[in-house]
Design a protein around this ligand. Sequence first.
Ligand code: MEV
Length: 440
Amino acid sequence: MKIRLAVMNEKTSRIPRFYEKTLQQRLGLLEKGGFISAEEHKFLLARQGGLPFNVANEMVENAIGVLELPLGTALNFLINEKEYVIPMAIEEPSVIAAVSHIAKIVRQYDGFKAQSSDPIMIGQIQVVGVPNSSQAIQNIENAKEELLTMANACDPKLISLGGGARAIETRWLEGDDHRPMLILHLLVDCRDAMGANLINTMTEKLAQRVEDLTGGSVYLRILSNLADRRLAKATCRIPFEGLGWRSFSGKEVAEGVQIASEFATADPYRAATHNKGIMNGISAVCIAVGNDWRAIEAGAHSYAARSGKYGPLATWHVEGDYLIGEIELPMAVGIVGGTLRVHPTVQTNINILNISSADELGEVMATVGLAQNLAALKALSTEGIQRGHMSLHARSVALSAGASEVEIDEVVDAMIDCGEVRADRAETILLSLRSDKNEK
Ligand code: MEV
């Protein structure tokens, strides 16, 4: 793992009361803070960021439209001493507020530290019916350089950027009826690309030569989403004094979070929900930057099960007067190619992040996952999540019941007070609010 050098800048992602502003004011603040250009400001304000139908039509089959998601920005993130405003595309309320809240705490204590391994992806070639296993392995061993050269010939640009096929490994597996399968792993440094197309091209290219060398038949040639050579890791260290919340002391919160973490380590049922929350954060950034969130989800969950037992991607423990959190997971993301080139808003989102490599993007995403996890565990191990969740949910319920901008706060408060956040309740509250006003 390498630690990215700190980039000192004068920007700050700490923008107080951002959530209270109008769209115009928010974009103005982002421009003033150096996170978007004047052009991007105009572009976002005019809501020109949607995918044009003609582009969507080139991307998938049988297109009939495009589907929009809310795009928000997580604030307050200080990662490796660099300020980040982080775009997140997500339909679920609370997630953006939750990660921004944790980032605001962590930035007071040196911020998050993040690092990543080299961007190495794995391509798999499955060979069956190998007549002589030791001879096959020997032949592959002798031909490694030749195979790597063949793979690298598929993408001279990648080589010029410092990437390329690095190694070949072999494994034996058993299929049904103990049928032996030889699996070749081609390890490729993908630099700033996610790498799926690249790897699939390379593995297909090698197939015939692998059959010649092994005497077997090649079946699958495809990348693995268990990208366990391309990891990102993030950590944070918060003193108890930073964690006090409502009636709970910082020590109580820290111990609650540690106990919640132990639950996820002991129980796959809990670990699944713990990790779902983490992916709320990670996938939202992934979508905003036009990356393949299914690949990230598959990598994350398979990595969580790598010991044979499904476990948490992030863990927390108390050390002295500190709560320490750590997350590690595969991060097969790219900042070149794919959707990045065609979606008008994706490039703006990458600009807002101000990242210079796919590794850095992975580090930011891992950090957001860690922040989300702390927000969830902090709430779950103290007052529960419903209160915070419900106030945001109540806003959309009030809106869908027909509350206007001036009515919405009153309707939300009334629903929360009576503990009934439902459309029928919102309608009743609205009726009585309007009749009270008419009577006055
Ligand atoms: C909800 O989308 C996510 C949580 O369930 C995560 C968790 O339980 O840790 C709150």
